[in-house]
Design a protein around this ligand. Structure first.
Ligand code: VGL
Ligand code: ZN
Length: 208
């Protein structure tokens, strides 16, 4: 039972978007080719209200990239992105969504960000993704999408922590790289946590 989680492949994370991930659009053909190889496909969607506390614009005097304390948690301030019901929060038009079983939205609480598709950044509230995966009997979880150093990383770490056998599909992800080494550090952190790092073509040829 192999489940693919497609993380946040939304217009605002593509080139030209509000929080563009360099080469973010390069994941789309890879994901489209891979989807038939999985038993279950789930997508996550960054889905913020306009007054979300992760937006620099909602903190007068602060700038994008500043790090603030938000109710005791470190928060990087981002450009306004993935606002609910706007074109920027829609999934990439070229991404095949025809075989998706469920979409889980995250980042909906004003005061706390949610990089992981499972929990908010304080691990206080759950999206329901873990319960859903247990209900369908998921065993191996493959994580891909945007961005390697934020939402992909925290989704994969939570999946592994929850006891799923977790794989990062490295070439089906791209990183924000606020610092040049962020992608490499994120992959190293996932590897250290026991997550298996694979390439897309291995997902087809290996009989897991
Ligand atoms: C993401 C920053 C802010 C992501 C979402 O999807 O990686 N990054 N919101
Ligand atoms: Zn966000």
């Amino acid at each position: 039972m192999n489940t693919l989680i497609i993380v946040d492949v939304q217009n605002d994370f593509l080139p030209g978007g509000a929080l563009a991930v360099p080469q973010g659009d390069a994941v789309i053909p890879v994901l489209n080719q891979m989807q038939p190889w999985f038993d279950q496909i789930i997508a996550t969607q960054d889905w913020h209200p306009p007054n979300h506390a992760s937006f620099a614009a909602n903190h007068p005097g602060r700038n994008v990239g500043d790090v603030i304390q938000l109710d005791g948690i470190e928060q990087i301030l981002w450009p306004v992105h993935c606002v609910q019901d706007t074109p920027g929060s829609e999934f990439a038009a070229e991404l095949d969504a025809s075989r998706w079983d469920r979409v889980f939205q995250k980042g909906t609480e004003v005061r706390i960000d949610s990089y992981s598709g499972f929990f908010d950044n304080d691990h206080r509230s759950a999206t329901g993704l873990a319960d859903y995966l247990r209900t369908i009997g998921a065993k191996r979880i493959f994580v891909a999408g945007l961005a390697t150093d934020y939402c992909v990383k925290f989704t994969a770490l939570d999946a592994q922590q929850l006891g799923f056998e977790t794989y990062l599909i490295r070439d089906a992800c791209r990183a924000v790289n606020l610092q040049p080494n962020d992608e490499a550090n994120a992959i190293a952190a996932m590897h250290s946590a026991g997550i298996r790092v694979v390439n897309a073509d291995q997902c087809q040829v290996e009989r897991w």
